[in-house]
Design a binder for this molecule. Structure first.
Ligand code: DAT
Ligand code: MG
Length: 149
């Protein structure tokens, strides 16, 4: 089964949107296999956003991610990487579609509430970066037969 890394950023936690985000992934039918609320170290933030290290917004992005707790999660299901990105919406919330998390709750790119892995390979790297193997729990939802043919 495919897995993706989802992180509710400090703005999402501070604004009380943790339950809302979890609810959207649950209602879609995806399975939660790992979750923790945590203060992010500068080292972890810089590794996670390493692909953006030469961008002008990198320093501000790292400062933001370490400024207040985040909720890190791993979700599982068919095509969950792509579907998770669809649930999240476009990077800049001002143009994210209504009905998406960013489209419904955000206004500016620097406060876009949530991170989601952008490819299967990235998801594997991010899950390994944020979670130890024993922090993830494989389980089968009793609703599986009603979600998949
Ligand atoms: P996404 O989070 O949709 O995968 P990304 O990987 O391109 O987007 O960028 C990572 C984060 O960096 C993004 O969620 C918000 C921030 N960011 C991206 N582009 C930015 C910009 N032009 N100005 C400020 N912050 C930006
Ligand atoms: Mg990205």
């Amino acid at each position: 089964m495919e897995r993706t890394f989802i992180m509710i950023k400090p703005d999402g936690v501070q604004r009380g949107l943790v339950g809302e985000v979890i609810s959207r992934f649950e209602r879609k039918g995806f399975t939660l296999v790992g979750m923790k609320l945590m203060a992010v170290s500068r080292e972890l933030a810089e590794k996670h956003y390493g692909v953006h290290k030469d961008k002008p917004f990198f320093a501000g992005l790292v400062e933001f991610i370490i400024s207040s707790p985040v909720v890190a999660m791993v979700w599982e299901g068919d095509s969950v990487v792509t579907s998770g990105r669809t649930l999240i919406g476009a990077t800049n919330p001002i143009s994210s579609a209504p009905g998406t998390i960013r489209g419904d709750f955000g206004i500016t790119i620097g406060r876009n509430l949530i991170h989601g892995s952008d490819a299967i390979e990235t998801a594997q790297q991010e899950i390994a970066l944020w979670f130890k193997e024993d922090e993830l729990t494989s389980w089968e939802s009793s609703t599986k037969g009603w979600l998949y043919e």
